[in-house]
Design a protein. Structure first.
Length: 375
C-alpha cells in the first residue's frame, strides 16, 4: 500500500544525516558529560559545539541556549519562572495558543492569582495587534506569550511588530516558535525577543529534545533541581546524541532553507489549486496565501455523516493528515483554535490540516485527492 505522510506539523521524518550523526555519538561518545575524564570531557565538548551551532543559526549567543527535553518543558519552565522570579503579575496571551502554553497559564493563574488577558483573534485567525496595544497600556508587570506560527491553521505573527510594542510598554515577550524554527530565518540580535522555544522533531531531528532561548541578562531559577547541568537551569544528565542530532538537523534545515521553502510553497499552491478544482465550495481556515508555507487547513464540503470517519478512511489508504494538534488527537472535542474563528455550522464540517515537507511530492497530493473523492 502506498504511504503518504502529510502531517509534518505534528512531527517530521529524521534526515539520514541526522541519524548517522546520532548513531556515531551513541556508539563512540557515550561518556557522561559531567565526568572529568576524557570520555566525559569529549561528550561535554559535543554539547557545547551543538550549542554554538544552534546559536549561530539564530544569531544569538551560545550562553542564551538551554537544552530541554522538548518545547513543552521549555514553555513550562519559562512561564513559571517569569512568575516566580521576574514577579510577573499579568500574562497576555491568546485562546489559540498550544495547550502547553494555555494550560500552564490557566493553572498558574489559580496558583499565583495573576491576571490573564486574552488578545482578540481576527476572523483570519491572526492576532489583533491593536487590541494587544490596548491591553499593554494597563499597569502591571507583564509577560506577553504569543506563538509565531499557529500549529493548526498556520497564521503568522509579525514578531518584529509585536516585539516593538512589548518594548514600548516594558513587557517581556515569550514566543512558541516550534513550527517556524528551522523553516524561516531568525536574527535574535536584531529582533529582541526575550524567550523562545523549539523542538527538534519539528525540523527533521529526533524526538525528546528541544531548547529554550533566554536572553542574556534575564535571570531565572531552575524548574528541575538536582544538578548543575545547563548552567544550573536544567538538572539531569544531558541526552548527548539527541542534542548533537538536533544541532545537525537545524544546521541542515538552514543550509537547504531557500530551496526547500520554494519547493514546499509550490507544493502547497498545487494542493490549493487541485482542491479548488475538485471542490469549488471548499473553504480555507486562515488566508491560504498568507499562512505559513508548509501548513494548509481546509474545510471540506462534505455531509455530516462523512465527517466522523474521514481520518480513518484516509489512514486505511496509507494517508496521514490530521484535524488539529497531535497533542490532542485523542480528544473528541472540536479544535479550540477553530472554535475561535469558525461559526457553528462550519465547525461541524470536516477540517483537515495538511502539512508538508520537502519529502512530499505532487503525486502524494494527487493520491490524497483521489482518496478524498472515494469517501
Amino acid at each position: 500500500m502506498k504511504k503518504v505522510y502529510l502531517d509534518n506539523a505534528s512531527t517530521t521524518a529524521i534526515r539520514p544525516e541526522v541519524v548517522a550523526e546520532m548513531t556515531k555519538v551513541l556508539t563512540e561518545d557515550y561518556g557522561n558529560p559531567s565526568s572529568t575524564h576524557t570520555f566525559g570531557r569529549h561528550s561535554k565538548s559535543l554539547i557545547e559545539l551543538s550549542r554554538k551551532s544552534i546559536a549561530k543559526n539564530l544569531n544569538s549567543s551560545a550562553q542564551e541556549i538551554i537544552f530541554t527535553s522538548c518545547a513543552t518543558e521549555a514553555n513550562n519552565f519559562i512561564i513559571q519562572s517569569c512568575i516566580k522570579d521576574l514577579k510577573i503579575t499579568r500574562i497576555i496571551t491568546s485562546k489559540i495558543e498550544h495547550h502547553a502554553v494555555l494550560h500552564t497559564i490557566q493553572i498558574l493563574q489559580n496558583q499565583y492569582n495573576i491576571d490573564v488577558d486574552y488578545v482578540n483573534i481576527l476572523p483570519s485567525g491572526e492576532i489583533d495587534v491593536v487590541h494587544l496595544s490596548d491591553l499593554l497600556s494597563k499597569e502591571g508587570k507583564t509577560l506577553v506569550s504569543l506563538m509565531h506560527v499557529n500549529n493548526e491553521i498556520g497564521t503568522v505573527l509579525n514578531l518584529e511588530r509585536v516585539v516593538k510594542i512589548c518594548k514600548q510598554y516594558n513587557a517581556y515577550f515569550h514566543t512558541d516558535t516550534v513550527q517556524s524554527i528551522g523553516k524561516t530565518i531568525f536574527n535574535l540580535q536584531e529582533t529582541p525577543i526575550d524567550f523562545l522555544v523549539a523542538s527538534a522533531h519539528k525540523f527533521h531531528g529526533p524526538k525528546g529534545v528541544g531548547f529554550a532561548f533566554i536572553r542574556k541578562g534575564i535571570v531565572l531559577n531552575p524548574l528541575l533541581l538536582g544538578g548543575e547541568q545547563e548552567k544550573g537551569l536544567r538538572a539531569g544528565t544531558e541526552s548527548v546524541h539527541n542534542i548533537a542530532g538536533m544541532a545537525k538537523a537545524l544546521e541542515l534545515s538552514y543550509l537547504h532553507l531557500t530551496e526547500e521553502e520554494k519547493y514546499i510553497s509550490e507544493l502547497k499552491k498545487y494542493t490549493i489549486d487541485q482542491l479548488q478544482l475538485q471542490y469549488p465550495d471548499i473553504k480555507f481556515n486562515g488566508n491560504p496565501t498568507e499562512t505559513f508555507y508548509n501548513i494548509l487547513n481546509v474545510i471540506l464540503p462534505f455531509s455530516e455523516e462523512k465527517t466522523a470517519m474521514i481520518l480513518f478512511n484516509l489512514d486505511m489508504k496509507g494517508i496521514a493528515v490530521s484535524r488539529g494538534s497531535a497533542c490532542q488527537s485523542g480528544s473528541i472535542k472540536p479544535s479550540h483554535v477553530l472554535a475561535e474563528i469558525l461559526n457553528e455550522e462550519d465547525l461541524k464540517k470536516p477540517s483537515l490540516r495538511i502539512s508538508f515537507s520537502h519529502y512530499n511530492t505532487k503525486e502524494d497530493i494527487d493520491y490524497l485527492i483521489e482518496n478524498l473523492k472515494l469517501i
